[in-house]
Design a protein. Sequence first.
Length: 167
Amino acid sequence: TFTPNQWFLQFGGLLCTALVLWPNQILGHDYGKIPLLFAFWVLVPFAASAVPNLGFVVQLGRWVAPAALSASVALGMEAGFWAGLLATPWLLFCLALGWLGRKADWTTAIGCLYLIVGGSWFWADRAGLNPLGFDDAIVRLTALHFHYAGFALPLLCGLMVRTKTGN
């Protein structure tokens, strides 16, 4: 699990990255860039580490920050080959988390599998692909949706149920 100091550093990393990449757009409409940064730096590590008995989070913990940094830089670039290449570590992290989380309880397994979808759509957005002919904004917002509603929501709901029932 992460300590409060680590969370402070993660959140500080998120803010600094946002200020460097989009100094004039912090409060503007950015089609999900800032919420995606929050997902990379805070939401995904927090949601994964908040669930008990997930030893794979410890195994993957050292890869979160480098993958988040690479994804953050990719998000600041124009979509294309190089941005897709920089988004690949985040996709690989999502694939690893999905693969390792499949043996957990059902809410965790579903959340981890949906993170693969979120990571894949993020990679498609940064690579400049438009799956099924969707607009660029829809591709990015689909990635955002699957990071929050697909991954974090099932994990945190399962945690809440386990806390209420004492399991």
